[in-house]
Design a binder for this molecule. Structure first.
Ligand code: ADP
Ligand code: MG
Length: 323
């Protein structure tokens, strides 16, 4: 079963950023409003993530490392109405099969926290008392230590770090009510404090993306047949370091239909500086996020309508802003 698990893990986990994506989504699902991430050597030696969410019960801690153990769905029908980011119950078990993992957690309302640790692939995990005060701390060490062939495919520390930085930036954009910090090799490199007032969302964006972004963008929001598109388009005449973010119901996605529509809108006006933040929000039964374990890919029940609505909404914005 360990081998099977390693093969499956390969689908979800390719590099440090894939681990971070799963762990950050878990922290968000747990209702955290503060998430601190630390990497050593681009995440290859250590990924540490600390949140202030609901925490995990002692009995669930052991289960959390077992494949297809999820607390987030109880029937397969629930898959249609997912509100949480995770649901497959394979992230932690996959990470467990390719690294040394330590989870320390205290369930909200409990007096005592617990810690679990796996080493050398043994499911013989032992549970110990932990003095953690709130939320969950997860440390993932020595990624792919037991699969040298995969280790070879990792890029330089710098490149792996940059990938993580981009992902954290994206989650900071889509979750303004959550504080994020990111440090690498002991240096704090990013810190985005949460906002409590919706009027401050743009202030936080300027903290994340720089003042030039906020001074030169236009906000849009448009609804058609239960599809809500919103976000910011940067004035095409302004040259900013690339800033392209697309979210589907709050998730970071990479979708062909959406990307094609965006390209088409920009191409109409031959615009080179393509900088945008786009939120696509759809009723949950109109999108299937269960296509691929990484949940980057999605499937829409009506591609055409979404595609054309995106093209027309963006085109309107671009023509307004393009002199
Ligand atoms: P999934 O997110 O698909 O349920 P995971 O393998 O990512 O599966 O996580 C397994 C379970 O561990 C989750 O369902 C959740 O109950 C628990 N869990 C993981 N991370 C956290 C966290 N940071 N805070 C609270 N619970 C967590
Ligand atoms: Mg998860």
């Amino acid at each position: 079963t360990i081998v099977a698990n390693q093969i499956a893990a390969g689908e979800v986990i390719e590099r440090p950023v894939s681990i971070i994506k799963e762990l950050v989504e878990n922290s968000l699902d747990a209702g955290s409003d503060s998430i601190d991430i630390k990497l050593v050597n681009g995440g290859k030696s250590l990924i540490s993530i600390k949140d202030n969410g609901d925490g995990i019960f002692k009995d669930d801690l052991k289960l959390s490392l077992v494949k297809h153990a999820t607390s987030k769905i109880t029937t397969s029908n629930d898959l249609l109405y997912l509100s949480s980011l995770g649901f497959r119950g394979e992230a932690l078990s996959s990470i467990c099969s390719i690294s040394r993992i330590m989870i320390s957690s205290i369930k909200n309302g409990e007096k005592q926290g617990w810690q679990i640790y796996n080493e050398f692939d043994s499911m013989d995990t032992n549970i110990k008392l932990s003095n953690i005060l709130e939320g969950t701390l997860i440390e993932v060490r020595d990624m792919f230590y037991n699969i040298p062939a995969r280790l070879k495919f990792l890029k330089s520390d710098k490149t792996e770090y940059i990938n993580v930085e981009k992902l954290i930036t994206a989650y900071a954009i889509s979750n303004p009510h959550v504080s994020f910090s990111l440090s690498h090799n002991g240096k704090l490199l990013k810190k985005f404090n949460r906002v409590t007032d919706n009027n401050d969302v743009e202030k936080r964006l300027s903290l994340i993306l720089g003042k030039r972004f906020i001074d030169n963008n236009s906000y849009f929001k448009s609804t058609f047949e239960k599809i809500v598109l919103s976000g910011w388009v940067v004035n095409p005449d302004i040259n900013l370091p690339s800033c392209q973010f697309v979210f589907l119901n709050g998730r970071v996605i990479k979708d062909k239909v959406v990307n094609h529509a965006i390209k088409q809108a920009y191409k109409r006006y031959d615009i080179i500086n393509q900088n945008y933040i786009i939120f696509v929000d759809l009723p949950k039964d109109q999108v299937d996020i269960n296509v691929h374990p990484s949940k980057y890919e999605v499937r829409f029940s009506n591609n055409r309508i979404l595609h054309d609505f995106l093209v027309s909404t963006l085109s309107n914005m671009l023509i307004k802003n393009h002199k």
